[in-house]
Design a protein around this ligand. Structure first.
Ligand code: MG
Length: 192
């Protein structure tokens, strides 16, 4: 059975007077300054990818596992969020068919970094690069994105699930214990 998941994330640009942060998107360091504000490394692309993965298997959202109120995730490398979501998919025997990402940003120009982002995301998810697509667009100067105040990332993923995890309504119940196990394991990891 196929299931679909969507993720959306928006971050404002960090105050440049704040000495700037690197701009990190899709796990790729786009620039050393001009980065986004956020509790973690503010990688809106990887946050959207994480939410799409969790959404596809009905496993909640990124804030549930990695709350922005938790000091452990301050300046965190967002690739660990993607890896944890992938582990949850693996536990549920969910295989990623394809992942499509759209970044909406007026600036900077992201097309030169497209291939690097695809390679980075495919590597994080142990996927052939042909299963991952990244594209970028602008809002033609409309709205907060057009004014260069922030960036929006959207991700959509299709997964295939086999067996009991192939989810009829009853299977949702059967998945609950595994979800709890994934959370307990994460808590143990965090305590170490
Ligand atoms: Mg975020």
């Amino acid at each position: 059975m196929n299931r679909i998941g969507q993720g959306v994330d928006i971050h404002p640009f960090a105050d440049p007077l704040d000495n700037g942060r690197p701009l990190i998107l899709g796990g790729v360091r786009i620039s050393e300054t001009g980065g986004l504000a956020g509790h973690s490394d503010a990688d809106a692309v990887l946050h959207a990818v994480t939410d799409a993965l969790l959404g596809a298997v009905g496993a909640g959202d990124i804030g549930h596992y990695f709350p922005s109120t938790d000091e452990r995730w301050r300046n965190a490398d967002s690739s660990q969020f993607v890896r944890e979501a992938k582990r949850i998919l693996d536990e549920m025997n969910a295989e990623i068919e394809n992942l499509d990402v759209t970044i909406i940003a007026q600036q900077p120009k992201l097309s030169p970094h497209r291939d690097a982002m695809i390679a980075s995301i495919a590597h994080l998810l142990s996927l052939p690069q042909g299963h991952v697509n990244v594209k970028a667009t602008t809002t033609d100067h409309l709205g907060f994105i057009g004014r260069g105040e922030g960036i929006c990332a959207m991700a959509i993923v299709l997964v295939a699930m086999e067996g009991e995890a192939g989810l009829s309504p009853a299977e949702r119940e059967s998945a609950e214990p595994r979800l709890r196990t994934a959370e307990q394991r994460l808590r143990r990891l965090q305590q170490d």
